[in-house]
Design a protein around this ligand. Structure first.
Ligand code: G3P
Length: 496
């Protein structure tokens, strides 16, 4: 159960504690931040409002803990991660319950998120022992003018303290996708969860605590972004930032110091549909890609660009499937659940109103109750409508009819975003040409965009982000190359 049993120590009265120096703590000010349940729109949980002073303390602790963690054998780091993964999976139901209450994620998807996170942690431990267990050996005589007098040995060393900031839509999975690579690579960690999702994060962190990681290695501070947000991201003790979220990431990247950044900041993923596409396959992928978790995924299909000749048929098929989506509370495992906040629902409504004024065709009537917005397909969307470019992060999907493949590629590439995209066609040669032409980090052929499986590289270009994620890339990103060069008095040759 949430906040009970093994989780009892993370709760004080009705306020969840923060985690520093291997202990669950209350902030000195006694202030808290309320977490609003998107479904009831009432306070569900409260977390500590940490101060800048408390952040400073945690940073110091993380810095000290990292020094001895870097000396901990790789196999031992992996062993602890495997243990944490097992504990996380063992407690999938209480953590999933937090997800349901804090971010209105459908019940089954919430359980899947926790299990997927445990798998990610285990995979990361295994990948880490492989890729961190080997380095490079270079000899000098391959470069012009050199004899074989220098042997260069390279290895990967930790960066120091990693600041991890996950988003509300995957507060557990996108937290562990930062935590596990950071730890296996020998870094320590300061985690700042999103407000909606903070209690899920705290429960997840407790699983790492129960696994027995050294004190101070993992720390988790909660609080108001206005009080500790900039303070954390500009803190001199931070050696790397891994952030997933909205355009706040652009501001963070401008303010952060000279440290490695990993950022994923959303997308406007286009789905290009050619005349020869399997329209049933397209329709089911549009439903899965556009409406799962009510469209609140960076990789959701956010605009359909369909050839005019098949547009009527496709829209009819998608309409029929939209009619079957269940709408309601996450506890009932509804397909469409309330969006995360009232301000998010208002933003989505603004995009819908703009499309209405400018003449889009509504395939369903627009309906909203509180934060719950019924799924909506907008046909005949034109480039002058905001919904053609902006990401609603909600269950509203625009369809733009195109007359040529070039028109589709042009629309995709005119976006500020470049996370993923997809193309549906039976012609693999055309698919490859289109994939090459689309300015996005990933192109899916004949499937909706998606980040997983979690070991695949995941990256955006333009405003969609900096760097590449996925387990291997994240481990590498959270390390630095260190070289040791052995200088020999005379050239040596192994043969001859
Ligand atoms: O919105 C976060 C982004 O990483 C999406 O992940 O697994 O839904 O494709 P996924």
């Amino acid at each position: 159960m949430v906040g009970t049993g093994v989780f009892a120590e993370i709760l004080d009265g009705d306020v969840y504690k923060y985690y520093g120096d291997g202990e669950w703590k209350k902030c000195a000010s006694g202030k808290s931040v309320a977490i609003i349940n998107p479904t009831t729109r009432k306070t569900q949980y409260k977390v500590q409002a940490c101060s800048q002073e408390e952040v400073n303390k945690v940073m110091e602790i993380a810095k000290a803990a990292q020094k001895s963690w870097a000396k901990t054998p790789l196999w031992k780091r992996a062993e602890l991660l495997h243990k944490a993964a097992a504990i996380l999976k063992e407690h999938k139901f209480p953590i999933a319950e937090c997800l349901v209450k804090e971010i209105a994620k459908p019940a089954k998807d919430s359980v899947t998120e926790v299990v997927r996170s445990g798998d990610l942690v285990s995979y990361c431990a295994e990948e880490g022992v492989r890729i961190l267990g080997e380095g490079k050996f270079l000899v000098s005589d391959s470069f012009p003018g050199n004899e074989r007098t220098k042997y260069c040995l390279t290895s990967k060393i930790p960066l120091g303290v990693v600041l991890a900031i996950p988003p509300f839509n995957y507060p557990v999975n996108l937290a562990v996708s930062k935590i596990a690579p950071a730890l296996i690579a020998g870094n320590s960690l300061v985690l700042k969860p999103p407000t909606q999702g903070a209690v899920s994060c705290l429960h997840m962190v407790h699983c790492f605590h129960l696994a027995g990681f050294p004190k101070g290695l993992i720390n988790c501070v909660t609080g108001k972004g206005s009080e500790i947000g900039d303070f954390l991201t500009m803190h001199p003790g931070v050696n790397c930032i891994s952030f997933t979220g909205g355009d706040t990431g652009i501001a963070i990247s401008k303010k952060a110091g000279m440290i490695p950044l990993q950022m994923e900041l959303g997308g406007k993923d286009a789905c290009i549909v050619l005349e020869d596409a399997d329209l049933d396959l397209v329709a089911s992928n549009i439903i899965k890609g556009g409406f799962s978790y009510s469209g609140q995924r960076c990789t959701a299909v956010k605009v359909v660009l369909v050839m005019e000749s098949v547009a009527d048929a496709l829209v009819e098929k998608v309409k029929a499937k939209v009619a079957k989506l269940t709408v309601g509370p996450p506890e009932e495992d509804s397909d469409i659940t309330p969006v995360v906040s009232e301000s998010s629902a208002n933003f989505i409504e603004g995009l819908v109103k703009d499309a209405k004024e400018k003449g889009a065709t509504f395939c369903q009537p627009y309906k909203r109750e509180g934060n719950l917005i019924w799924p909506l397909l907008l046909d005949h969307v034109r480039p002058d409508m905001r919904i053609a470019w902006e990401e609603p992060f909600g269950p509203v999907l625009p369809v733009i009819r195109i007359n040529s493949v070039e028109e589709g590629i042009h629309h995709c590439n005119a976006s500020n975003f470049g996370l993923q995209g997809c193309v549906f066609t039976r012609d693999i040669n055309k698919a490859m040409l289109i994939s090459d032409a689309m300015e996005t980090g990933t192109v899916q052929i004949n499937s909706a965009p998606a980040r997983g499986p979690d070991h695949f590289p995941f990256q955006g270009i333009k405003d969609s982000g900096i760097g590449s994620q996925g387990i291997t890339n994240s481990i590498n990103m959270m390390t630095k190359i260190k070289s040791t060069v052995i200088n020999l008095p005379t050239p040596t040759y192994t043969t001859g």
